[in-house]
Design a protein around this ligand. Structure first.
Ligand SMILES: *Cc1c(COP(=O)(O)O)cnc(C)c1O
Length: 387
């Protein structure tokens, strides 16, 4: 008989699988389902980036194994982008590595810093990989609840001393998925202080730092003085340049932390296809305008969905970043129940909050990754449900 390892058995059931199945059933009945459940932009990658990829794919120099840590030119482009964008200095040689998408790096970081039984500080609701990466490293997640009354930031003072003394790694993510919340440099300063005091590796997932609205500018945790003693940051080109399918990200910050992840990766993968690295360089160097245009599209969509849902009585707050609305479930329904009814009765797919952790119960997530017309139609259909 085939038996899975204990760590595989410990991975929580995929709560969305049931709803995915239901969505397919509803679609099979001929319903034109509006899918607002995926955090994947529907816009194409900017042309400039595609042109570079087409050129580089013809160059035989790019057909061999890439270097594990990324080409020097890619790491220099990251370092220059960080200087320009955050005024943070990075040694491209020692403080930057490429990732095959940031999810890959997030999943692997725990193998570098967590021993069996160690504690990992994980927010909830959250991107599931933080908890799953911890489980795959045989660690134990300590949940930091993200509550509305705290602006969806963890209450760092509420983490018990005995947890802090056993914690090896803390993950933060702002702008945040799924809540759309943003943070302040003051909060980051506090997190850095706490991490330094307890020798906790502090990781910040910055995937949405460029997808911001209304003039809001997201900080890097490395802007905090002393952060580089203890912190590192995950970045991705997926959301900034609509490149989710390309798989390109990077990890920067404290050199020992970066080296820790590099050590795992050197033994697991063989780097990022060089043609993609060239395309990533073009994105970082030449596509500020394109990235601003992408933000403009999402900002208009945000306004439409926020106004539409507010007008029909939902308690919606307008996010300053990300493409997510995190909204309380009405009528005291459980989030899964509510999402099933939206699917069955309106043909609109959204994500139940509980899928991002127990603390997400009571909310649902809308990804405004569809056109304005589809968003308007979704609101119209939702307005007709009789609860
Ligand atoms: C989309 C996303 C990422 C980026 O994933 P890639 O693997 O780089 O495509 C990372 N963190 C969060 C919270 C995300 O939502």
């Amino acid at each position: 008989m085939i038996k899975y390892s204990k760590r595989i058995d410990k991975i929580p059931p995929y709560l969305f699988a049931d709803l995915d199945k239901k969505r397919q059933e509803v679609a099979a009945r001929g319903v034109d389902v509006i899918n607002l459940s995926v955090g994947d932009p529907d816009l194409p990658t900017p042309k400039k980036i595609i042109e570079v990829m087409k050129r580089e794919i013809d160059n035989p120099a790019n057909h061999q194994y890439p270097s594990y840590e990324g080409m020097p030119a890619f790491r220099e482009a990251v370092s220059e982008w960080y200087k320009r964008r955050f005024n943070v200095d990075l040694d491209s040689d020692r403080e930057v590595i490429s990732l095959i998408g940031s999810k890959e790096g997030i999943a692997h970081i725990y193998l570098a810093f967590v021993q069996p039984g160690d504690i990992s500080l994980v927010p909830s609701p959250a991107y599931p990989v933080y908890n799953i990466g911890t489980i795959l490293a045989d660690g134990t997640s300590h949940v930091m609840p993200l509550l509305r009354k705290n602006g969806f930031m963890p209450d760092l003072d509420a983490i018990p001393q005995e947890v802090l003394s056993k914690a090896k790694i803390m993950m933060l993510n702002y702008p945040n998925n799924p809540t759309g919340a943003v943070t302040s440099i003051e909060f980051m300063r506090k997190a850095v202080q706490l991490a330094r005091k307890h020798d906790i590796v502090l990781c910040h997932d910055c995937a949405y730092s460029e997808l911001t609205y209304d003039g809001y500018v997201a900080p890097s945790i490395l802007q905090v003085e002393g952060a580089k003693d203890i912190a590192a940051e995950f970045h991705s080109l997926s959301k900034t340049f609509c490149m989710t399918g390309w798989r390109v990200g990077f990890f920067v910050g404290n050199r020992q932390i970066v080296e820790g992840l590099a050590k795992v990766k050197t033994n697991v993968d063989s780097g990022l296809f060089q043609a993609i690295q060239h395309a990533g360089i073009a994105a970082m160097n030449e596509c500020d305008e394109e990235s601003a245009e992408i933000c403009e599209v999402f900002s208009e969509r945000r306004d439409i969905i926020v106004k539409g849902l507010t007008d029909i009585g939902y308690d919606v707050s307008s996010p300053k970043a990300s493409f997510y609305l995190w909204t309380p479930v009405p009528h005291g329904l459980k989030s899964i129940e509510f999402c099933k009814r939206l699917l069955e009765e309106a043909g609109v797919a959204v994500t139940p909050g509980v899928g991002f952790g127990a603390e997400g119960e009571g909310y649902f997530r809308i990804a405004f990754t569809r056109s304005k017309e589809r968003l308007e139609e979704a609101v119209d259909r939702i307005s007709k449900i009789k609860f």
